[in-house]
Design a protein around this ligand. Structure first.
Ligand code: SF4
Ligand code: SF4
Length: 538
């Protein structure tokens, strides 16, 4: 963390009103405030326009010769196609209710990170090119001309928006700035201005079925490796089914969880739970990704990457899909799947084979969230749990922006946690549930080069974690999103040292008492369970 300013420096935020109009302030790129551009070979593979080597720090961005026409035409197409976009361009009354709700503004103080002003970056061009008042009155009507600095400004600020939708919660008109960001990113793609951290995972997912580019044999090896660790901890050997045709359920979770700490412990948690239930299910090494970076790219790419999960479900002949702990995967499923690829009528409405509960809310998508599934198991007394095994963890819960605001899953994760850990504490009310604060790295911004801005954007979340750490001794931040599991550890190390990050099903399976298990002395991380510390040392 040495290369970033220390927290006591970063917290010195200048919120004063700038002396000049925002239109007169040029974008300023500096290390830490932008993500690296997509590599030319990635753009070529995806058949995206204008592949080239360039840097946002360059004066010349090597835009296509006719870039103005391309963007103007792309703008027009999207205004015609999306009624919501047209409305969002027209109806903002600049009341300012959203202004202080964005974590990037709170943590950085840059007025262009106020949601209202972020949208104005696009709206000002809309007024200039598509409204009579803007064409006649120009700047007086809040309009401006499309210049290269505008493209640069869009790239800077629409890749400083995590599409978290916190601002939209407070807007009396329901303007969804995240969707404005999505439109701006689509326009930027048209002239080849995009970031590698999004498009390389998209290319990988297009090729191998997951963001990390894991091939089927490697996926199988990784699962087996985790099963060996499970056997070390529990004494129980698990042999999970892969690509099994005719299984009742297809399980899909983000690939990030098979790859890195601490996500792997959540992955092990699923394996243990499904073994305990003797569930008739299968993993797929082809639909090996629940996440969908297409959401951060374009509607076409989102649709394509979402479609592969349903194609695989059809190929395997399952009845329904169970989805793991992911954030944006569920935003895609709940907000877009039905109009893009649904309804998935070749599948059946999910019914838990263990409890018989029918989940009618998933009747369209045929896809059930793992926390709904597990909460139902606990409610029906189907799990033998020993929460004392999690007594070393004093837990709080971070609502993923996507599952909380995009889907409304608020109670299930809390219900599960309260049943599997002895001590659970909430962060302050205005930082949780629908009002949750972003991890600072969503929407494809969880890369290293963007870390300083992530830490700034993570200030509100980090501050709330610090509060429960200092007030209740909380040492664990549970979450149900793979991106959160990747972004929150450095955030906690920076703003609330001493707090670790865990998935929900890691804690479930620590507590789950398996038939035939050996005397459990370790948790899934192979740290001693409470009361077994001395045994480990011997
Ligand atoms: S809250 Fe809505 S209407 Fe008010 S400034 Fe923000 S986007 Fe505009
Ligand atoms: S969607 Fe989130 S990141 Fe984007 S402007 Fe709104 S609050 Fe900020």
């Amino acid at each position: 963390m040495a290369k970033y300013p220390p927290p006591e420096e970063l917290i010195k935020i200048n919120y004063s009103t700038p002396p000049t109009s925002w239109m007169d302030v040029p974008p300023e790129f500096k290390p830490g405030n932008f993500s690296y551009p997509a590599k030319p070979d990635i753009l070529k593979y995806l058949n995206f326009p204008n592949p080239r080597v360039w840097s946002p720090m360059d004066d010349d961005w090597k835009l296509p010769e006719n870039w103005k026409e391309i963007i103007t035409e792309g703008f027009r197409e999207r205004l015609d196609k999306y009624r919501s976009f047209k409305i969002f361009m027209d109806v903002c009354v600049r009341c300012g209710a959203c202004a202080d709700k964005c974590h990037f503004f709170i943590g950085g103080g840059d007025p262009k990170n106020m949601p209202v002003l972020r949208a104005e970056l696009l709206r000002s061009i809309y007024r200039g090119d598509f409204t009579m008042a803007g064409k006649i009155l120009g700047r007086l009507a809040g309009a401006r001309k499309l210049e290269t600095d505008v493209v640069k400004e869009w790239f800077l600020y629409f890749y400083q928006c995590t599409e978290c939708r916190r601002c939209s919660l407070f807007c009396p008109y329901g303007i969804d700035t995240a969707e404005i960001t999505m439109m701006a990113r689509e326009l930027l793609h048209l002239v080849g201005c995009n970031i590698n951290w999004i498009l390389e995972p998209v290319a990988n997912c297009n090729r191998t079925g997951n963001h990390l580019g894991i091939q089927p044999h490697a996926f199988k090896d990784m699962v087996e490796f985790l099963c060996e660790d499970i056997e070390t901890v529990t004494g129980v050997r698990i042999d999970p089914p892969l690509n099994r045709k005719g299984a009742e359920i297809l399980f899909i979770t983000p690939s990030g969880d098979i790859f890195a700490d601490p996500g792997i412990y959540t992955f092990m948690g699923y394996l243990i739970l499904f073994h305990y239930l003797d569930l008739d299910y299968t993993w797929s090494t082809y639909a090996s990704e629940g996440g969908n970076f297409g959401l951060f790219t374009s509607d076409k790419m989102m649709k394509k990457l979402n479609g592969k999960m349903y194609h695989e479900a059809e190929r395997l002949g399952v009845k329904w899909i169970l989805g793991g702990e992911c954030g944006h995967m569920w935003r895609v499923i709940n907000q877009y799947m039905l109009t893009m690829n649904g309804p998935a009528n070749f599948l059946q409405t999910p019914v838990s084979p263990i409890t018989g509960t029918r989940f009618d809310a998933a009747a369209g998508t045929k896809m059930l969230h793992i926390t709904e599934f597990t909460a139902d198991l606990i409610k029906n007394n189907k799990l033998k749990l020993d929460p004392s095994r999690n007594a070393n963890f004093k837990v709080t819960f971070h609502d993923s922006c996507n599952t909380a605001r995009g889907m409304g899953i608020l109670e299930e994760p809390r219900y599960i946690l309260k049943n599997v850990v002895p001590e659970f504490y909430e962060m302050p009310d205005n930082t949780i549930r629908e009002q949750t604060f972003c991890c600072g790295g969503g929407a494809g911004l969880n890369n290293e080069e963007f870390m300083e801005t992530r830490l700034r954007g993570g200030l509100p979340r980090g501050n709330a974690v610090k509060y429960v750490r200092d007030t209740h001794g909380v040492n664990t931040l549970a979450c149900m999103c793979a991106i959160d599991r990747a972004t929150l550890p450095p955030l906690c190390d920076y703003w609330a040292p001493g707090v670790g990050v865990s998935g929900i099903h890691e804690l479930v399976s620590n507590a789950l008492v398996l038939d035939g298990e050996k005397k459990r002395t370790m948790d899934l991380r192979q740290n001693p369970l409470p009361g077994f510390e001395d045994e480990e040392e011997e």
